[in-house]
Write a protein that binds this ligand. Structure first.
Ligand SMILES: NC(=O)CC[C@H](N)C(=O)O
Length: 302
């Protein structure tokens, strides 16, 4: 198994409720993947303030008492002021008027061994090992706000139960990908991407999918084209939810044996592995609800 949830909010009045709603959705999917979990939040004013470059970092070894030293070290490397907070195990860094890739370069030179969980103008990615409902509380997710969120509960099939194996895989700017299923030819595609200079953080099959999509987007392709390329390149089983700075997209493999349901109202678009994760969303009783067809890319833009 594995559980996927995603919520793209169209109505700004709902933005303050993003974390509360996503946290409930993720909690409903705990029994599909109790090993580990992760979330991507777009637009929270505390974690990723407007106009800031943001980087989410795991495995830094930084403790709460060392945050000032961390901001000083990254600030010195960057040449401008940096803020940092520890959200459970994730070090969330932000810098005003700096693009996220510039901040990322400074951060990775100070913490070369750390795991980059995500980066972007508007994006925070938190991941951890443990029960998803406990992680939701440790992250303080119910108080988060924003315009889009993605979450995943993992039951590992392809690599160890570690933070680096937890989803989302957020390997390109503002990008995030979560997966239910397993890619059977990921080793081949990993070799091909490596030959093109792509490097990897884990042995996970989903990371290969995320790096493939990021590679396509970096070549200028749009999300729909990149996901159609996924369908022609990857073998195995997959329901994927892919988000970006302005988009939210779902695709399933040709057999579509991994469950997925999409619901849409004027106020939001939501996706989950099972309907029960959507059942408490405001206005769901009037939503258009359907099961995504095999190899059809469903994409929404802001
Ligand atoms: N159960 C799943 O869907 C697992 C997803 C992916 N293959 C992983 O191991 O992370």
């Amino acid at each position: 198994m594995c559980g996927i949830v995603g919520l793209h909010l169209r109505n700004p009045e709902l933005h303050p409720r993003l974390g509360e709603l996503l946290g409930q959705m993720l909690g409903e999917m705990q029994d599909r993947g109790a090993d580990s979990a992760g979330i991507a939040i777009y637009g929270d004013p505390t974690w990723s303030p407007a106009g800031h470059g943001c980087v989410s970092l795991l495995e830094t070894g930084v403790e709460a008492a060392e945050l000032d030293a961390a901001t000083a070290a990254v600030g010195a490397e960057l040449g401008s002021e940096v803020t940092a907070q520890l959200v459970d195990d994730t070090l969330v860094l932000a810098a005003a008027d700096v693009d996220a890739e510039t901040l990322l370069t400074a951060v990775t030179s100070v913490y070369p061994e750390a795991l980059v969980a995500g980066f972007g103008a508007d994006l925070t990615v938190l991941k951890g090992v443990g029960a998803p409902r406990d992680l939701v509380q440790s992250w303080g997710l119910p108080s988060a706000s924003g315009w889009q969120g993605v979450g995943h509960t993992r039951m590992a099939t392809e690599s160890a139960v570690t933070s680096s194996g937890a989803h989302p895989f957020a390997v390109g700017p503002e990008q995030c990908l979560v997966h239910n299923g397993s890619f059977s030819n990921h080793a081949t595609i990993r070799r091909e991407l490596r030959a093109e200079g792509v490097s990897f953080d884990s042995e996970n099959d989903t990371e290969v999918g995320a790096r493939f999509v990021a590679h396509q987007l970096a070549q200028g392709k749009d999300v729909e084209t990149a996901l159609k390329e996924v369908c022609t390149t990857f073998d195995g089983f997959y329901t994927l939810l892919v988000s970006n700075h302005d988009s939210f997209a779902v695709v399933r493999d040709a057999i579509a044996c991994k469950p997925a349901v999409i619901a849409e109202t004027d106020d939001w678009v939501a996706m989950a592995s099972e309907y029960r994760a959507l059942a408490n969303l405001p206005g769901v009783e009037n939503a258009r609800i359907w099961e995504p067809e095999p190899e059809v890319v469903y994409a929404w833009t802001r």
